[in-house]
Design a protein around this ligand. Structure first.
Ligand SMILES: NC(=O)c1ccc[n+]([C@@H]2O[C@H](COP(=O)([O-])OP(=O)(O)OC[C@H]3O[C@@H](n4cnc5c(N)ncnc54)[C@H](O)[C@@H]3O)[C@@H](O)[C@H]2O)c1
Length: 428
């Protein structure tokens, strides 16, 4: 099928590449010319495992092209809207990019009418798809479908090729049939529903995952005080099939481009409808204080960190991505700098995007370098490069062998046995 994807960021580019890999003819569209030029050369502007290789493959096969001009999409029968929906000043989702993309589609359709489905993949508040449909109502042959995206950064391409579910929100039979044709051969459960339900499924999923994380982080604070081990507790909980093992890891809090903005957008949506979502408010509160709580563990052990060297391992909001949007590392770097610490940071991919924000931090080329002369080391992102380390060498390199494991990913017992002062999140 002929498909156009508006917006070639984390979701749009992954969607475009995965659809092209599945044999469709795809046109990726973005406003940012530099991005399009880079993509045309087969260079991915974002880091995602396997994405650049897959991009090269589909470019070579001729299944994927890029443009800045939506008029080039006149042949497309399906147009995906994958533009950003960032947080506005009042916490609601900023829909200006989505509405601008819808206007672009409208202009295209007016100049080159044909049967078309507009697919809203961006995460949008309930009612947005209906409002766009209303705006485009009088255009013959154009139907709006909600098809939210559930990919996880760091595993985006795999998730797009093998999704956990495909949610299709539309009441229009022919549009639903077109979507089914598009996803033919993709083995995933389908949820066929209304646009509004599809939109809420996306927010509810992210809010629920954020809730699990904050629940575990708050429990970890108690676990630390009780001298119990949150990792073992999570293991025992997760074996209950009603709970399951995912998203039970205590840490320094969630970040990224989705959970922070989607939880506040859902709260605002509830507020606009006169509903209080107090659990979700607390989820955000716990998350906002988790990096600070974590740093208190450092201050308890090191006292004043002014003039001391602190190693920070990992900066991206999670491993295998270069995305630092709302990353806990940013709060931690800021607090360490305000406390007068000298910071040496390592991240295999994201250091280059953090550097302009924190130019005083020393960015080192390998983890071992960060530990040299450090009075403490903090694990913030569990990149494998930051976990499998030569601990013997590190012990002799550090000024003080103090380790604060913000992801409970370092080998706690063997580190303690080796003489490190090790503290995890909520571990005995
Ligand atoms: N990043 C994720 O993990 C993820 C997962 C699921 C859903 N989502 C949702 O998907 C949407 C996109 O997220 P993202 O992380 O890919 O955003 P992003 O910021 O990485 O990418 C958005 C892209 O859209 C482009 N753009 C904006 N307006 C445009 C227009 N009118 N025409 C063409 N291009 C335009 C921008 O230049 C940018 O390249 C958001 O609503 C987000 O909540 C994101």
């Amino acid at each position: 099928m002929r498909v156009a994807v508006i917006g070639t960021g984390y979701v749009g580019l992954t969607t475009a590449v995965s659809l092209a890999m599945n044999g469709h003819d795809v046109l990726g569209i973005d406003l940012v010319e530099a991005k399009i030029v880079q993509l045309q050369k087969g260079k991915s502007p974002i880091y995602e495992p396997g994405l650049e290789e897959a991009l090269a493959l589909v470019l070579k096969r001729g299944n994927l092209e890029f443009t800045t001009n939506i008029a080039d999409a006149r042949e497309a029968e399906i147009l995906f809207v994958c533009v950003g929906t960032p947080e506005s000043a009042d916490g609601t989702a900023d829909l200006s990019y989505v509405y601008a993309a819808a206007s672009d589609v409208e202009a295209l359709h007016r100049s080159a009418p044909r049967k078309r489905v507009v697919v809203i993949k961006s995460t949008v508040p309930v009612g947005t798809g209906d409002r766009i449909a209303e705006k485009l109502r009088e255009l013959d042959g154009l139907h709006v479908v909600s098809n939210p995206e559930f990919l996880r950064e760091g595993n985006a391409l795999e998730d797009a090729l093998h999704p956990s579910r495909i949610v299709i929100g539309t009441a229009h039979e022919a549009a639903a049939e077109t979507m089914e044709q598009l996803y033919q051969g993709v083995n995933a459960p389908r949820v066929a529903t209304t646009r509004a339900n599809a939109e809420l499924i996306k927010y509810a999923s992210n809010a629920f995952l954020a809730t699990r994380i904050s629940f575990m982080n708050e429990l970890a604070r108690l676990s630390g005080a009780l001298g119990t081990d949150i990792v073992t507790v999570a293991l025992g909980m997760g074996l209950d099939s009603r709970i399951g093992p995912e998203f039970l890891r205590a840490g320094v809090g969630y970040g990224g481009s989705c959970f922070p903005k989607d939880t506040i957008a859902l709260l605002q949506l509830a507020h606009q409808n006169g509903i209080s979502m107090s659990i979700l408010e607390k989820v955000r509160e716990v998350n906002a204080t988790q990096p600070i709580w974590f740093l208190e563990q450092l201050h308890k052990r090191q006292g004043n960190v002014a003039g001391k060297k602190i190693a920070v391992l990992g900066l991206a909001f999670k491993p295998e991505t270069d995305d630092i949007r709302e990353a806990p590392s940013l709060k931690i770097l800021e607090a360490l700098q305000n406390a007068g610490a000298t910071v040496a940071a390592y991240d295999p991919i994201a250091a280059q995007v953090v550097r302009p924000l924190f130019p005083q931090v020393e960015y080192v080329g390998n983890p071992a370098e960060a530990f040299k002369g450090a009075h403490a080391a903090l694990l913030i992102t569990e990149w494998k490069e930051c976990i499998h380390l030569d601990w013997e060498a590190i012990k002799s390199d550090m000024a003080v062998p103090l380790l604060l494991d913000g992801r409970n990913a370092w080998p706690s017992q063997s580190l303690k046995d080796a003489g490190f002062d090790y503290t995890g999140v909520g571990r005995s």
